[in-house]
Structure formats: structure tokens, C-alpha cells
Write a protein that binds this ligand. Structure first.
Ligand code: CDV
Length: 312
């Protein structure tokens, strides 16, 4: 008789806008409402977006980096976020939560924490690919100063045994890079959780604006399929402080198909039953890395800077 499939009921808890002056406790209450809603549907793991506790503050320049300190967490859980951890334990529901982290050493990371169903911390992921710019660029209709307010993590893309499978995390711009998925794919990942804040307007090349929704799903669906993994992509969408951001949160199967998608640009919970054993259908056939993947034959990929000079 076949083994019982490893089923995990997962949710993407999309957030609508968070106002600049919205108190942290109000935001936490919005998250708690979504956790409770998900729990009534038997969900075991809820994924919240990138920087889910505050407005997307890197859109405003401050002379001193510390000018935005009020948006960072110095402890997780802290006094305002502890109720989320208590809910996790009481409801038996895990979550992934994106937030701005300020360490005791003064380092600033764009971080996601993964919490198990008993309220314990499984892992912390710090964003690797930091987009945008670090200097004041007032010509833009709004700025994207992530490179001023966050440093790049050198901790890579580890995976973790949790929720009955092998899980990993990535954050927003990470989802556009194939290496993100492949690093975790090589470690056997079965579920990747990704939060994002993606403004529709892309100042360096507004020609991409109309394609934001397409590119969002394109990269996550490809990453899921090419690595035989579930992907949960969850937005903070809608019009936040005058900036329109992409919603379209999605849960994607190892086939690359979207099995659930948000319909609104506000707070919305979408749910899917993820059969983690489906990953093997791809990992053990078309994308059997051990049998078919040939990095030793990809002659130039090992170049130090990752950039290959074209022939002259
Ligand atoms: N928060 C992000 O990482 N946003 C980027 C934008 C700036 C392009 C993204 O990749 O969606």
C-alpha cells in the first residue's frame, strides 16, 4: 500500500497597504486576524509578505540611515509581535513573517522569520539580493532606497526540515534570480516562501510597468517547475502612501501551475493543500539533478565575478 502523502495546508496572507503612521499594534492585529481566519480553515502554515509590520519605508530618503530606526525590530519576538507567537502556539499554526531587523551590532537586514506551530523559531532568512539605490535620487516619483537601509546577507539560501518537509525562504527581488531557487533546489527544497513589495512603476525602465504581473508569476512559476518545489509568493499590494504595488499573491505547485491566486489588492488569505510528495514527480524525473544536471560541462559559469565577457 502506498504511503500516506505528506499534505500541508498552506496560506498566503496578502496585505493591503500599511500607512506611514499606522501603529505597529494595529498592523499586528491585522496579521492576527488573518492567522485566526487561516486557522479556521485548517491551515498549518501562513506566509506573510516582506516588511509586513510597517509601511515600505525605503521609499523615503533620510540624511542619516538611523532616520528610519522606528521601522526596525531589535528583537523578534518583541513586545508588539509577541501576540503573533502566542497565537501560533494557541492555534497550532506556523507562520513566516518579513520585517526590518536591526541587530545589536547595528547591522540592518531585510529579514524573514519562520515560526513553527508551537510558537518556536525555526529559522531566520536575511535577504541576499538588495535592489534599488543607496543615494538620494529625488528625480524619481518615489525612491527605492533598499540599498541604503539594508545590507546584503552573506548567509545564502539554507533550507530547514520543518512542517513535515524541506522548506526555505527568499525575499522579493530574490525571486527574480534563478540562483535563489537552484541553491535551495540543490538542497532538496519542497516549499519556498517568498514575500514581496513590488511597485508597479519601475523608474529605471517604465517600459516594464505593464509587465509587472507577468514577470512576478513568470519567475516564481519557473523557479517552482525547474526545481520541483512548491512556491508561495505573497504581496503587500495596493496603493500605499500614493505608490501602487502589485498584489497577485499566488501559491504555485511543483508543476509550475498556480493553484491559488489573490483576487484583491488588500488583506486576503488564499489557501492550498500542498502535497509535498508531488515534488518528487519532478525531482526524480525531468529535473533529476544527479542524473541529468551537468555543472562540470557548463564551462564558463564558474567565472569569479559571475559576468562573462563576450568575444571581441
Ligand atoms: N522589494 C523589492 O525587492 N522590490 C523589487 C523592485 C524594486 C524591483 C522587486 O524585485 O520586486
Amino acid at each position: 500500500m502506498a504511503d500516506t502523502p505528506r499534505m500541508l495546508r498552506i496560506a498566503a496572507a496578502q496585505l493591503g497597504p500599511i500607512a506611514k503612521d499606522e501603529p505597529r499594534t494595529d498592523v499586528v492585529n491585522r496579521l492576527r486576524a488573518m492567522l485566526a481566519d487561516a486557522a479556521t480553515h485548517g491551515v498549518e502554515l501562513v506566509v506573510f509578505p516582506e516588511l509586513a509590520l510597517t509601511t515600505f519605508f525605503p521609499r523615503w530618503f533620510t540624511e542619516e540611515v538611523s532616520g528610519h530606526d522606528q521601522y526596525y525590530e531589535t528583537a523578534m519576538p518583541g513586545p508588539e509581535t509577541q501576540p503573533l507567537f502566542d497565537d501560533a502556539k494557541n492555534l497550532g499554526i506556523g507562520f513566516a513573517l518579513g520585517y526590518a531587523e536591526l541587530t545589536p551590532e547595528g547591522e540592518r537586514f531585510n529579514t524573514t522569520i519562520l515560526v513553527e506551530r508551537d510558537g518556536s523559531v525555526v529559522a531566520k532568512y536575511r535577504k541576499v539580493h538588495i535592489p534599488g539605490h543607496d543615494g538620494d535620487e529625488p528625480w524619481r516619483p518615489f525612491q527605492h532606497l533598499e540599498r541604503r537601509y539594508f545590507q546584503e546577507s552573506d548567509e545564502g539560501f539554507p533550507v530547514h526540515r520543518a512542517f513535515g518537509g524541506i522548506v526555505g525562504m527568499a525575499t522579493c527581488n530574490d525571486r527574480r534570480w534563478p540562483e535563489t531557487y537552484r541553491e535551495m533546489g540543490l538542497q532538496g527544497v519542497e516549499l519556498i516562501m517568498i514575500g514581496y513589495n513590488t511597485p508597479i512603476h519601475y523608474a529605471p525602465d517604465p517600459g516594464q510597468n505593464a509587465l509587472q504581473g507577468f514577470h512576478n508569476h513568470l519567475c516564481m512559476q519557473a523557479g517552482a517547475y525547474q526545481n520541483g518545489t512548491w512556491v508561495v509568493g505573497v504581496a503587500k499590494g495596493g496603493n500605499e502612501e500614493g505608490v501602487e504595488s502589485l498584489a497577485q499573491s499566488a501559491i504555485i505547485a511543483p508543476s509550475g501551475q498556480i493553484v491559488a491566486q489573490a483576487m484583491t489588492t488588500g488583506d486576503e488569505v488564499i489557501v492550498a493543500d500542498a502535497n509535498l510528495d508531488w515534488c518528487a514527480n519532478y525531482k526524480e524525473t525531468l529535473f533529476n539533478f544527479a542524473t541529468y544536471r551537468r555543472p562540470e560541462l557548463y564551462q564558463r559559469i564558474g567565472s569569479q565575478k559571475g559576468v562573462i565577457e563576450p568575444p571581441t
